[in-house]
Design a protein around this ligand. Structure first.
Ligand SMILES: [Zn+2]
Length: 161
């Protein structure tokens, strides 16, 4: 915790109690998560969720989960303030869109890899003696893939034509 310059002998209220103008009790549920030096955190959470709802949510959670819950609420509240219509759903759906686009690109790239591999396998130079030294190991595995090659060649046909 940062040093609180507003300390005046008695413990100064946390950001929540200060905003709500109430006495900050020793066991204040807000105090660990809303320090006085970050008033904006509670302000936005209070504006979006309401202090009593935040209080209720924190009370219902075991202590070790409250920190994460507060970070989440602060994030959601700030997103809602920035984007009153969509809130953090706006960010989620734009990220989801990016995932969809990237997955489609990945699928295309993987299909291209398969296509190129198939072309390489079916090219005659592979069986030529010049490539025997470096590819002897490879050629062996190629041989066992003959069945698969036939199978995928058909698939390739329907894929690319
Ligand atoms: Zn307090």
């Amino acid at each position: 915790m940062k040093d609180n310059s507003r300390k005046q002998g008695a413990a100064s209220p946390c950001a929540a109690c200060k905003l709500l103008r109430r006495r900050c009790a020793q066991d204040c549920v807000f105090a660990p998560y809303f320090p006085a030096d970050e008033p904006q955190k509670f302000a936005s959470v209070h504006k979006v969720f309401g202090a009593s709802n935040v209080n209720k949510m924190l009370q219902e959670l075991p202590e070790h989960q409250r920190g994460d819950a507060v970070s989440s609420m602060v994030y959601e509240a700030n997103a809602r303030v920035r984007d009153p219509v969509y809130g953090c759903v706006g960010a989620i759906s734009s990220l989801q869109q990016q995932i969809d686009i990237l997955q489609a690109q990945l699928a295309v790239a993987q299909a291209e890899v398969v296509h190129m591999r198939m072309r390489q396998l079916s090219s005659p130079e592979h069986a030529s003696p010049s490539s025997r030294d470096t590819n002897s190991h490879h050629a062996k595995s190629l041989f066992s893939m003959d069945m698969m090659e036939d199978h995928t060649a058909n698939m390739e046909e329907s894929f690319w034509r």
